[in-house]
Design a protein around this ligand. Structure first.
Ligand code: HPA
Length: 278
């Protein structure tokens, strides 16, 4: 883990992220034996088992063997890239090594997995996470669709005068498809905070006032990069806890992980059924 950061390509500000993603995609193709992937998934807390359920694993590669990837800092996250052959013959690339914005490696590192997936041919990016719920009716363990986001990180993966339309960023087609699979799926606006501290109750009220329903520390920046790369995005949050102040109970990371663990079989099965139809 220590050595991978010694000379990381994104430590060089003159490095071209698109070129690093292109090389990463070449390495992924070489190591998995799969020339082109059709779909990519980032599996956040609670969603990991989906990798086993969506199809037949063709190859598992340590993420740090691929240019630009870092080992994940969060317990409960897996540092692998996995190539899975779906029952419909499509190939999915499962990214188990998310770099969070709060790790301070820069936005280029945060979105590298998405860019490498796009360079690998993926046209659909499925982004999942564990998050706090603002709607009181969402008990821990509830999966919800992301309908839109509010990015409170004050950062963007886009560099220079790059203007990208984010209307319908979270594809209506894919949300409808997910609801066909499970009509009980609710949806909401995801608010990305920087973290790694959880929000204060006042910040959660702020998120609610500006139109948010879900609070978390990932996904929005990745979704922007996916859209820049021309991918269709499906976002799903597992509500691991009611957001701070919505429930009188204080938050603990262990409880968040535990909520993810107990919901994992159900939501992973749900995600597998959705992926089959994408
Ligand atoms: N806030 C931010 N991120 C989270 C939360 C939360 O309440 N729960 C899980 N990830």
């Amino acid at each position: 883990m220590a050595s991978e950061d010694a000379a990381h390509p994104f430590d060089d500000p003159t490095a071209d992220p698109a070129e690093i993603a292109r090389i990463a995609a070449e390495q992924i193709a070489e190591r998995t034996g799969v020339e082109n992937h059709d779909i990519a998934l980032t599996l956040g807390s609670g969603w990991g088992k989906a990798a086993d359920l969506i199809g037949e694993t063709v190859a598992v590669v340590p993420a740090t063997d691929i240019l630009g990837f870092r080992s994940p800092a969060v317990p409960g996250h897996v540092g692998t890239l996995r190539s899975v052959r779906l029952p419909n013959g499509k190939h999915a690339l499962v990214l188990g090594a998310r770099t969070h914005f709060y790790e301070d490696h820069g936005v280029r590192s945060v979105v590298h997995g998405v860019r490498a997936a796009a360079a690998s041919g993926a046209k659909v990016m499925i982004l999942t996470n564990g998050a706090g719920g603002i709607k009181q009716t969402w008990s821990p363990g509830t999966p919800v669709l992301i309908s839109d986001h509010i990015n409170l990180t004050a950062a963007s993966p886009l560099e220079g005068a790059t203007f990208v339309d984010l209307t319908d960023l979270y594809s209506k087609r894919l949300r409808d498809l997910a609801r066909d699979v499970d009509p009980s799926l609710d949806e909401g606006v995801y608010v990305q905070f920087r973290g790694p501290h959880y929000e204060t109750p006042a910040e959660v009220q702020f998120a609610k006032t500006i139109g948010g329903h879900i609070v978390g520390m990932s996904t929005a920046l990745e979704a922007i990069a996916a859209r820049q790369a021309g991918m269709e995005v499906l976002g799903m949050s597992l509500i691991t806890n009611l957001a701070a102040g919505i429930s009188p109970q204080p938050l603990s990371h262990e409880e968040v992980i535990e909520a993810g663990r107990s919901a994992e079989p159900v939501i992973s099965d749900l995600l597998a059924r959705i992926v089959e139809r994408v």
